[in-house]
Each structure stands twice: as C-alpha cells, then as structure tokens.
Write a protein that binds this ligand. Sequence first.
Ligand SMILES: [Zn+2]
Length: 54
Amino acid sequence: MPIDDPYKRKIAAYHLLAKHLICRKCGAHNPIKAVKCRLCRSKDLRPKRRERSK
Ligand SMILES: [Zn+2]
C-alpha cells in the first residue's frame, strides 16, 4: 500500500529514521533502545539523525 501523499511519506520516513540506531562498525540498523548491535555486538551505535556528528 504505497503512500501517495509526499507530506505523509516525509513524516513516515522521519519516524523510521528517528527510531533507529546505526552501527558504526557494520552499518546494521538497530532499535532505538538497543545497547549493542544485533549483528556484531558493537556498542558503537549512533542515531540515524546527524545531531551528534562532529
Ligand atoms: Zn554492528
């Protein structure tokens, strides 16, 4: 069921990104509550959003 409304799609994308952590080591997506990467067990996770970069 495709989302035709670009505005809704944008919101959906935002929430998808905001609820995930990306593993710096292997690039896997992890739940926002994850402490360790579900693939490689690395603790080096970062939010998808760029708030903490630099
Ligand atoms: Zn990983």
